[in-house]
Design a protein around this ligand. Structure first.
Ligand SMILES: Cc1cc2nc3c(=O)[nH]c(=O)nc-3n(C[C@H](O)[C@H](O)[C@H](O)COP(=O)(O)O)c2cc1C
Length: 255
């Protein structure tokens, strides 16, 4: 089994590791020469961005070919999943992939302009992450066939999130980021950036390839990077994931 994951703050990486099989980072895979992936089961794990899937997931499906007897997708989210899985199911089918199983998993919301990480952590017991993840992992192990239903509310919510999505997908989301004097130029932000969008030589600068995943903001050891309107300066990394794992998953430095 191969599990393709995209993760900024570790939630999706923790899920991919938990599901088992070979976890493959999407930001690495899209630049690999290898173009065909074959296995008995292939899965996709991604965070919900503005009620849908992140644009890097489309880049993956546009660039690579997959062959499996069983396909699944898991979307992690913090508050409202929108129609992310239905949209991804449609995208996959346009690429010749018929999903057999999909599931949403409620985790910590890392969207700083709307959520305070401290309060998100306090909500964790009610989100029952472990219990739900265990169920999803055993569904996949049993090759269960079940697709997440799309509802009117999900579609309406996703519709209203569309203006936000425009900015998220513009590549220019980092225009809302600021860097303060706490920055020690350690380069962690550049290393965790899946777009290779951050230059720390000279005055720190963001280019126009930002995926708006917030990996840089959350990973900065000095909390030097901020986004307009953020609720607090508390940052998040899933406790089951080390910083080095996120760097290995996302780094684009050698390109
Ligand atoms: C730009 C952006 C948009 C987001 N939009 C949503 C959303 O529409 N609904 C939601 O519930 N969570 C949203 N989130 C929260 C993430 O989906 C959630 O925290 C996810 O588990 C993060 O996974 P990761 O740690 O693997 O990056 C958003 C996060 C970001 C950075």
């Amino acid at each position: 089994m191969k599990v393709f994951y995209f993760s900024a703050t570790g939630n999706c990486l923790a899920v991919a590791k938990n599901i088992g099989g070979e976890a493959i980072s999407v930001p690495q895979a899209i630049h690999e020469e290898k173009s065909n992936y074959k296995d008995d089961a292939i899965g996709f794990v991604f965070p919900v961005f503005d009620g849908t899937y992140p644009r890097i997931m489309k880049e993956l499906l546009d660039k690579k070919k997959f062959e499996a007897d069983y396909y699944f997708a898991v979307a992690t989210y913090g508050f409202f999943p929108g129609n992310s899985l239905y949209a991804f199911q449609k995208l996959a089918s346009e690429h010749g992939i018929k999903l057999d199983y999909s599931a949403e998993l409620l985790m910590v919301d890392n969207y700083l302009p709307l959520f305070d990480v401290e309060k998100e952590i306090a909500k964790l017991p009610s989100k029952k992450v472990e219990e739900n993840l265990l169920r999803i992992a055993s569904d996949i192990a049993a090759r269960k066939h079940e697709l997440t239903k799309n509802t009117m509310i999900k579609s309406i919510g996703a519709f209203f999130e569309k203006p936000m999505l425009k900015k998220t997908n513009s590549g220019q989301a980092a225009r809302d980021f600021t860097v303060n004097n706490n920055c020690i130029k350690c380069g962690t932000c550049a290393k965790v950036c899946p777009a290779g969008n951050i230059d720390i030589q000279g005055r720190m600068a963001f280019d126009n390839r930002c995926y708006s995943c917030f990996a840089c903001i959350h990973a900065c050891p000095k909390t030097a990077i901020h986004i307009k309107g953020e609720k607090s300066d508390k940052r998040w990394r899933n406790p089951d994931v080390k910083l080095k794992e996120l760097i290995d998953a996302n780094k684009q430095e050698d390109r």
